[in-house]
Design a protein around this ligand. Structure first.
Ligand code: NDP
Ligand SMILES: O=C(O)C1=N[C@H](C(=O)O)C[C@H](O)C1
Length: 262
């Protein structure tokens, strides 16, 4: 009988280790033989059991999983690219275009998987949204993106809502920046044909609700996703980490990891 040697576990460092997602990632990795958490780090100056510096984390890990802040993710990407020998999985949202560009630029030196949502369902929803937007005439259907999250979320619209808006804009062959209406208030006047509107709810412990509404005069199509547990995102991030470990340099997203790129 042929014996297959078990491959070594992928060594993971967790950035933002004391945060909601950092804790979810570490918990998900417990007791597994395909991945092992070798380092956890936090905002400089934060003390905690077992925390190391970012430099130690980069020296120990094959992949860093980062759910922190835009500034921390850019700093990590630039440090890791300068050093080499490590891959990154970055989930932070609320990035400015320049911050997104700087993170993706690290992909010239190392493998970087960046996604506003690591769930399988949302990544399917992105494709469905693109497809529906391409099929439904903007003269007949208005597109609105809705999202709801917990009271501690600091960015809006969510990274996922923006990805869904971008998918809808792509389906219509327009730039989201040219048609988006991030919020409405006061005497807005009637809706402009072709605009893509966003609405946002913040409250309680809502993990993540997203809907894309295609509203016509006689029918309304709603595509939606509901996250029921934060471990969902952690699971996707670990799948991405295993995919990225040892991969060549490149700026990737979850569609690449899931083989969904059209
Ligand atoms: N892509 C996806 O699938 C998902 C993305 N997210 C995104 O991930 C990010 C984090 O979310 P969440 O875990 O809920 O937020 P939290 O605020 O709970 O966690 C973020 C953690 O990062 C820490 N941090 C801040 N700066 C640094 C730094 N320089 N180095 C290391 N750690 C740092 C924070 O410390 P301190 O509290 O001291 O600031 C905190 O512990 C958000 O942008 C969120 O939108 C969340 C879920 C899923
Ligand atoms: O902050 C969160 O919690 C989440 N953020 C991501 C986003 O901005 O889309 C993903 C998920 O919805 C949870």
């Amino acid at each position: 009988m042929t014996q297959t040697a078990a491959s070594a576990p992928v060594k993971i460092a967790v950035a933002g280790a004391l945060g909601r997602m950092g804790q979810a990632v570490a918990k998900l990795c417990e007791g597994r033989d395909d991945v092992v958490v070798v380092a956890r780090y936090e905002r400089p100056g934060v003390d905690g059991e077992g925390l190391v510096s970012i430099d130690e984390a980069l020296a120990l890990a094959d992949v860093v999983i980062d759910f922190t802040t835009p500034e921390a993710s850019v700093a990590l990407a630039e440090k890791a690219a300068g050093r080499g020998g490590v891959a990154l999985v970055i989930g932070s949202t609320g990035l400015s275009p320049d911050q997104a560009r700087r993170i993706d630029q690290a992909g010239e030196r190392i493998a970087v998987v960046r996604a506003g949502n690591f769930s399988l369902g949302v990544n399917l929803l992105i494709g469905l949204t693109r497809q529906a937007a391409a099929a439904l005439d903007p003269r007949d259907f208005d597109i609105e993106v809705f999202e709801a999250h917990h009271r501690r979320k600091v960015d809006a619209p969510s990274g996922t809502a923006l990805m869904l808006g971008e998918a809808a804009a792509e389906g219509r062959c327009v730039n989201l920046a040219d048609v988006q209406v991030p919020a409405r208030h006061g005497l807005t006047g009637p809706r402009t044909e072709g605009e893509i509107g966003f609405s946002v709810v913040r409250g309680g412990d809502i993990i993540g609700e997203h809907s894309v509404v295609f509203a016509g005069d006689e029918e309304i199509l709603t595509l939606s996703h509901s996250a029921r547990d934060r471990s969902l995102f952690a699971r996707g991030a670990v799948v991405a980490a295993k995919w990225a470990a040892g991969k060549g340099a490149g700026a990737y997203d979850m569609q690449d990891v899931l083989g969904m790129r059209g």
